[in-house]
Design a protein around this ligand. Structure first.
Ligand code: ADE
Ligand code: ZN
Length: 347
């Protein structure tokens, strides 16, 4: 793959960015996993950093999830969740990321006896430190595991309610096929009645029908992934008309074989159709790149220009849960960068 031009590399570094699709458990780098496992006296199936990295060869979503849930077992104490979240935010500060909306999977932890309180307190403390240290603002999204029952999700929501002021939205993740959004209608209704927003993974491996259900039954504000929407022109029309954002995760889609190669990714087609596509990293410790690397990979493979790069970043701010009034200054900053980049390209 030919490298990006110097001009695009500079723009990419200077671009203010948001991340809207990030599983905090998916940022557990092998080095930190081994360190936390050691201090918590937990044996690992792949006990070294090299053995862990070697195991990160996936052929679909489920083959990844099996390893991802295994890795998360090392997290036991509030400090573990703090260290995990803090390591991610330190990286984001270095990548000029201004705002993050991160998922956490409480059921992965509560089902092995770690309390909801332990999990959320560690994550929340790191998020508030990153606001004061780096000026990175954040939102937290509680994801229900869709391979478990709706009753289990409802119990999890009840555990979350005392911490409602720290949670912006609920989402839906884990094994998609066979677990349609309709399975979770009641718990999403309850979450919305409690004042929470909703998002859902849909159309990653599952059919366009799951995206319709997420919109019509779960009343989601964004679709996580959503790349299979192109199979249904009426759905594309709806997403465009209602400006429903798609949080697309390019490197994830290649690692989990949603597309064979990055040159075949449909992100540019989605963008050309006028959809609110955003770039995100999903589970970067497992998929080989954080946010900037995801931008770089699509830019290189799909030949995106400066204007398209800036549009993707703008879409991120538009799709975020940042208050409407605060979005304009980011749009202005992005417009200035595009103008600067154009003038440098002429010289
Ligand atoms: N949990 C973590 N990453 C996920 C993904 N890409 N899809 C569904 N569930 C997930
Ligand atoms: Zn995801």
């Amino acid at each position: 793959m030919t490298p990006l031009s110097d001009n695009l590399e500079v723009l990419l570094a200077q671009l203010p960015k948001v991340e809207l699709h990030l599983h905090i458990e998916g940022t557990l780098e092998p080095e930190l996993m081994v360190e936390i496992a050691r201090r918590n006296h937990i044996p690992l199936q792949f006990p070294t950093v090299d053995a862990l990295r070697d195991a990160y060869n996936f052929h679909n979503l489920q083959s990844f999830l099996d390893i991802y849930y295994e890795g998360a077992q090392v997290l036991r104490h509030e400090q573990d969740f703090y260290d995990l979240t803090r390591a991610y935010l330190d990286r984001m500060a270095a990548e000029n990321v201004r705002h993050v909306e991160i998922f956490f999977d409480p059921q992965t932890h509560t089902e092995r006896g770690v309390s909801f309180e332990t999990v959320i307190k560690g994550i929340h403390r790191a998020l508030s430190d990153s606001q004061s240290l780096y000026g990175i603002s954040s939102r937290l999204i509680l994801c229900f595991l869709r391979h478990l029952s709706e009753a289990d999700a409802m119990r999890t929501l009840e555990q979350a309610l005392p911490y409602k002021q720290w949670i912006t939205a609920v989402g839906l993740d884990s094994s998609e096929v066979g677990h349609p959004p309709e399975k979770f209608k009641t718990v999403f209704d309850r979450a919305r009645n409690e004042g929470l927003l909703t998002v859902a993974h849909a159309g990653e491996e599952g059919p366009p029908e799951y995206i319709w259900q997420a919109l019509d039954l779960l009343h989601v504000k964004r679709i996580d992934h959503g790349v299979r929407c192109l199979e249904d022109p009426a759905l594309v029309e709806r997403l465009k008309r209602e400006r429903i954002p798609l949080t697309v995760c390019p490197l994830s889609n290649i690692k989990l074989r949603v597309f064979d190669e990055m040159t075949q990714h449909n992100l540019k087609t989605l963008l050309d159709k006028g959809l609110c596509v955003t770039v995100n990293s999903d589970d970067p410790a497992y998929f080989g790149g954080y946010l900037t690397e995801n931008y770089r990979a699509v830019c290189q493979a799909l030949g995106l220009n400066a204007q398209q790069l800036v549009q993707l970043a703008k879409n991120g701010f538009e799709a975020s849960f940042i208050p409407q009034a605060d979005k304009q200054r980011f749009y202005d900053e992005l417009d200035r960068l595009l103008a600067q980049s154009a003038s440098q390209a002429i010289r």
